[in-house]
Design a binder for this molecule. Structure first.
Ligand SMILES: *[C@@H]1O[C@H](CO)[C@@H](O)[C@H](O)[C@H]1NC(C)=O
Ligand SMILES: *[C@@H]1O[C@H](CO)[C@@H](O)[C@H](O)[C@H]1NC(C)=O
Ligand SMILES: *[C@@H]1O[C@H](CO)[C@@H](O)[C@H](O)[C@H]1NC(C)=O
Length: 239
């Protein structure tokens, strides 16, 4: 059954508000997984990415190495390795029932052995919510003129002790290079939806997707330079 949950798209322009929040989470609430990797590996920022296979239930797909490193990649880790799924595969992550989590998915649409990401279309379902549908990392990256892409979602509290994330190929295969799961404090209250003053949403129980996180009037902030432990990436704008 597909749970019908609204994903409210939001732009977190309010950097002052979010920056001021200090994460109440500890490292034990966070998972940083380099998909298809057999050993712990550090990225260019010094963060450690752990192997992913023990979190897969059933089909483990296959680990793969990208054939080519795009010069635009900030770091070899997690992008040069991937896990390829030719049929449905599900990760099961331990979570705290009442906690909100950020999940970040990293995709580098390259050629992985005989699997060319140009032929890959897939869905990602997290906690019953379809966060990506018939997704082509290749087409999306071309449209954005980026070598890689990260997608970030704030999941509402799950009310159970595990989070299931399913990769489901719709054509070709599915793949993923990295997955981060970060426990977060409650950041969102209720608010009126911009442009629809008769509608409100309750941030405590809503699933959200980050579109942009802009440090207005400030500089680029890398995950390790973020305040607290949420390892957010802030782009800057010279507006
Ligand atoms: C794979 O997952 C999709 C999405 O949840 C589902 O519609 C489909 O029936 C699944 N396929 C198999 C073979 O289980
Ligand atoms: C998936 O997207 C591709 C490219 O836009 C399109 O050609 C294809 O028909 C879509 N498949 C489904 C099942 O929607
Ligand atoms: C983090 O911030 C310091 C001080 O502003 C800066 O020198 C450093 O380059 C930043 N690190 C990254 C990875 O952006």
């Amino acid at each position: 059954m597909r749970i019908k949950t609204r994903i409210v798209f939001f732009i977190s322009f309010v950097s002052v508000f979010l920056n001021g929040l200090h994460a109440a989470n500890s490292d034990s609430d966070s998972l940083i997984l380099g998909c298809g990797s057999e050993n712990e590996a550090k990225d260019a920022d010094g963060r450690k990415w752990q192997p992913d296979s023990k979190y897969l239930t059933g089909s483990k797909g296959s680990p793969a190495q990208a054939q080519y490193q795009d010069p635009a990649l900030l770091s070899e880790v997690p992008y040069m390795k991937a896990r390829i799924f030719t049929s449905n595969a599900t990760y099961k992550f331990p979570v705290k029932p009442k906690q909100r989590y950020i999940i970040r998915l990293y995709f580098y649409p390259a050629v992985y052995g005989s699997n060319n990401a140009e032929q890959s279309y897939f869905a990602v379902i997290a906690n019953g919510i379809t966060v990506l549908q018939n997704f082509s990392a290749s087409i999306t990256c071309k449209a954005l003129t980026q070598a890689y892409i990260m997608r970030e979602y704030f999941l509402a509290p799950l009310n159970k002790d595990s989070l299931e994330v399913t990769f489901s190929p719709s054509a070709g295969f599915a793949f993923v290079n990295g997955i981060e799961l970060i426990g977060t404090p409650d950041m969102f209250g209720s608010a009126t939806i911009v442009g629809a003053s008769d509608q409100t949403f309750d941030g405590k129980i809503t699933n959200l997707q980050t579109m942009f996180r802009v440090n207005i009037g400030g500089q680029f902030i890398s995950p390790t330079n973020d305040s607290g432990a949420l390892t957010r990436t802030w782009i800057y704008c010279s507006c």
